[in-house]
Design a protein around this ligand. Structure first.
Ligand code: IPM
Ligand code: MG
Length: 368
């Protein structure tokens, strides 16, 4: 069956446009010559949107995203943004987008790539074989609880609240267990149940859900211990299930373990439109310099093909092309390791596209 794919691209700030360009080119390359038609539209988010439209995310952009089949986002954030009110900052645009789309399940796989193991600060034997996925609750928790400030001067107080309902925990837990079934069948649920009541509810509901998945091994780990185990024994984890805040923190740690924040992609699912974004930020210091690692963006494209469009074969092709390019020795500066960097954003992306193009030429030749 041929599909029409309607994509909204939100390049955003800093290196966002650099990696979004590569992502879209990779998507076009893998779909080229196939039956699926891609229609994409660029829109603004973050600081770029604030500058042009006076808001980090306009209603019109939200409407366009809700109409689309999927949204690809580059990155948001700008050093100047600290000067504007919190509600107008780039991050507020991103949080508003996630909430408007309703995507509550954020998947962040972290994989150690054999050719760039030395980009990790850990011993190669510790990091090698790491293949885990963080399932981060994305629509609730501390990020969306009531927050306010009271008092003046020395009496000023700032308050953020964390709330989780049974329904919110149950639905994200199901996502983790379903994913585990297609992987190594191990779920580690991470919380702070020795201190927080949200975590105690979380643990109770995860246990309830786990009872329906007798083929999946479920265990619980306190977040402080998990932070340590992640550097000591990263390959002991398969699916790591956690709240919004813990997921934000541990996904950066997982990125550090495998060598670079530039390596991680993500999918945010479960809402009206699926959202795909690399885990890295806007990295303003290297924006527009052809230095950003496009791997996180490319991985996000593979996830889009798999989760939204159910094009498993195409997703596999993108991942295989990425592996081939890494095996050929190409490395961006963030994963330079001992060999040193030898590619920029564009050259790395072009190499992945060339592998995909060569494959489709081969397929055409075989068919004729
Ligand atoms: C992430 C980012 C965001 C988050 C920021 C930019 C709001 O750190 O996607 O991990 O905290 O969710
Ligand atoms: Mg983060």
């Amino acid at each position: 069956m041929s599909k029409k794919i309607r994509l909204v691209v939100l390049p955003g700030d800093g290196v966002g446009p650099d990696v979004s360009r590569v992502a879209l080119d990779v998507l076009r390359a893998v779909l080229a010559g196939g039956r699926h038609e891609l229609e994409s539209e660029d829109r603004l988010i973050g600081w770029a949107a604030y500058q042009a439209e006076g808001t980090p995310l306009s209603d019109a952009t939200i409407a366009a995203c809700l109409e689309a089949d999927a949204v690809f986002l580059g990155a948001v954030g700008h050093p100047e943004a600290e000067k504007v009110s919190p509600a107008l900052r780039p991050e507020a645009g991103l949080l508003r987008l996630r909430s408007a789309l309703g995507c509550y399940a954020n998947l962040r796989p972290a994989r150690a790539y054999a050719p760039i193991l030395d980009a990790s600060p850990l011993h190669p034997e510790v990091v090698s074989g790491t293949d885990l996925i963080i399932v981060r609750e994305l629509a609730g928790g501390l990020y969306y609880g009531k927050s306010r400030e009271t008092g003046l001067g020395n009496r000023r107080r700032a308050i953020d609240t964390e709330a989780y309902s049974v329904t919110e925990v149950r639905r994200i837990a199901k996502v983790a267990f379903d994913l585990a079934r297609a992987r190594r069948k191990i779920v580690t649920s991470i919380d702070k149940a020795n201190v927080l009541s949200t975590s105690r509810l979380w643990r109770e509901i995860v246990n309830e859900v786990a009872a329906g998945y007798s083929d999946v091994k479920c265990s619980h780990m306190l977040v402080d211990r998990a932070a340590m185990e992640l550097v000591l024994k990263p390959k002991s984890f398969d699916v790591m299930l956690m709240s919004n805040l813990f997921g934000d923190i541990l996904s950066d740690e997982a990125a550090g373990v495998v060598g670079s924040i530039g390596l991680l992609g993500s999918a945010s699912l479960g809402g009206k439109t699926d959202l795909y974004e690399p885990v890295h930020g806007s990295a303003p210091d290297i924006a527009g310099q052809d230095k950003a690692n496009p791997i996180g963006a490319i991985v996000s494209v593979a996830m889009m093909l798999r989760h939204t469009f159910r094009l498993e074969k195409e997703a596999g092709k993108v991942e295989a092309a990425l592996d081939r390019v890494l095996a050929s020795g190409l490395r961006t500066p963030d994963v330079a390791g001992r060999a040193g960097a030898n590619a920029g954003t564009r050259a790395f992306g072009a190499a992945v596209i060339e592998v995909l193009a060569a494959e489709s030429r081969l397929a055409v030749a075989r068919a004729s």
